[in-house]
Design a protein around this ligand. Structure first.
Ligand SMILES: *Cc1c(COP(=O)(O)O)cnc(C)c1O
Length: 358
């Protein structure tokens, strides 16, 4: 158990009024969690303090070589008034997979979960309750040594900040258009594609800008070697329903192992679908679409939960999927996952919905 010192703010900020548009990641709560790591000493000084700027030297290593890990999860207000998280242990485990790859220190899973619960508990009055809204939680770790040499840092800062966020789709679940990127790549096997780290996003922005300019909301990446196999979307994993089967790219080392992805695979199997985790070439996809066998396509990720894809562009082709409408499986998955998260449905797995104060 961490011993967490709590210093409460003397100047609480005005919380957004119910019904006010929140957007995503724009508003921050009154408090944040911090904890330091020093080589030889381990983790120390776990604390919750008022949300405020932090002070770092310009030579802090994170600014130069990008040694950084982040996570993303959400808290929801249940009908019982209590605050709930969704599978936070999975975020803690994935954080450590990222930390290992980036030569950063591991954080015990129970300490990560305790830190998240503690800061959410302090700021639980900030959890919005309008339909589709939640409190977005951003844990992250940065390298803080004052040193310009290329080596792993010996000191780190782990933090958790909180942001009340609006419904991803302001007017309900809506299909998006996706650009299959055939020039730039995001990650290769052996690289850092499976780690949740800023560097992957830095590499991705150029294609995201291009896709936006062309009128598409997200990029679908192909594998970095042959540019032939489907990998994932900007910040989502991707699923297809082909010939009644659910198909998603296998985790190859260059794909982020999404917690929503894992939850959707479990749910689809329990709904009775055959789920295949395998390589899917873009040619297979185009052929399936031409032959009318591509029934649905959707992305999965914490922010949107399920994001139905109505349109896919590859080269000169723009494929419309399911008539551009939301598919029945996409809708059922959205209703089920959000139902479990908010407590509208029972949690059939027993440990997916976790109370912050338990
Ligand atoms: C976070 C993320 C996802 C989705 O993961 P979830 O755990 O489902 O939120 C997918 N792809 C990338 C690149 C990500 O950073």
């Amino acid at each position: 158990m961490l011993e967490i010192k709590i210093e409460r703010t003397k100047n609480p900020a005005q919380k957004p009024a119910p019904g006010a548009p929140l957007g995503f990641g724009k508003i921050f709560t009154d408090h944040m969690f911090l904890m330091n790591y020093t080589e030889g000493k381990g983790w120390h000084d776990a604390r919750i303090v008022p949300y405020e700027p932090i002070s770092l030297y310009p030579s802090a290593m994170v600014f130069h070589y990008g040694q950084e890990m982040f996570e993303g999860l959400k808290a929801y207000k249940g009908a019982d008034g209590k605050a709930y998280l969704f599978r936070p242990d999975m975020n803690a485990k994935r954080a450590n997979a990222s930390n290992d790859r980036l030569c950063m220190p591991e954080l015990p899973v129970e300490d990560f979960v305790q830190a998240v619960k503690a800061v959410v508990s302090v700021d639980q009055d900030w959890i919005p309750s309008d339909p589709g809204t939640s409190l977005y939680i951003r844990p992250f770790m940065i390298a803080t040594d004052e040193f310009l040499g290329v080596a792993p840092s010996k000191t780190y800062l782990f933090m958790v900040i909180l942001s009340p966020s609006g419904a991803y789709y302001e007017s309900g679940l809506a299909p998006v258009g996706i650009w299959i990127e055939d020039e730039f790549v995001r990650a290769v096997r052996g690289g850092i594609g499976f780690a949740k780290t800023g560097g992957n996003y830095a590499a991705s922005l150029i294609a995201q800008v291009k896709a936006h300019d062309e009128g598409f909301s997200q990029v679908l990446w192909l594998d970095g070697v042959e540019r032939k196999y489907i990998e994932e979307v900007g910040a989502m994993n991707i699923f297809f329903k082909i010939d009644g089967k659910v198909v998603t790219p296998a985790l190859s080392g260059s794909i982020l192992p999404g917690i929503t992805r894992d939850s959707v695979i479990t749910l689809c199997r329990d709904f009775g679908y055959e789920v295949e985790e395998r390589k899917i070439s873009v040619d297979e996809l185009v052929a399936a679409q031409k032959e009318g066998r591509l029934e649905e396509c959707f992305g999965t990720g914490t922010a949107a939960v399920i994001s139905p894809v109505g349109k896919l562009r590859y080269g000169d082709e723009v494929m419309t999927i399911g008539g551009g409408e939301i598919g029945p499986l996409s809708q059922k998955l959205y209703d089920t996952v959000t139902g479990i998260q908010t407590g509208r449905l029972d949690d059939p797995y027993g440990n997916w919905r976790v109370c912050v104060d338990a």
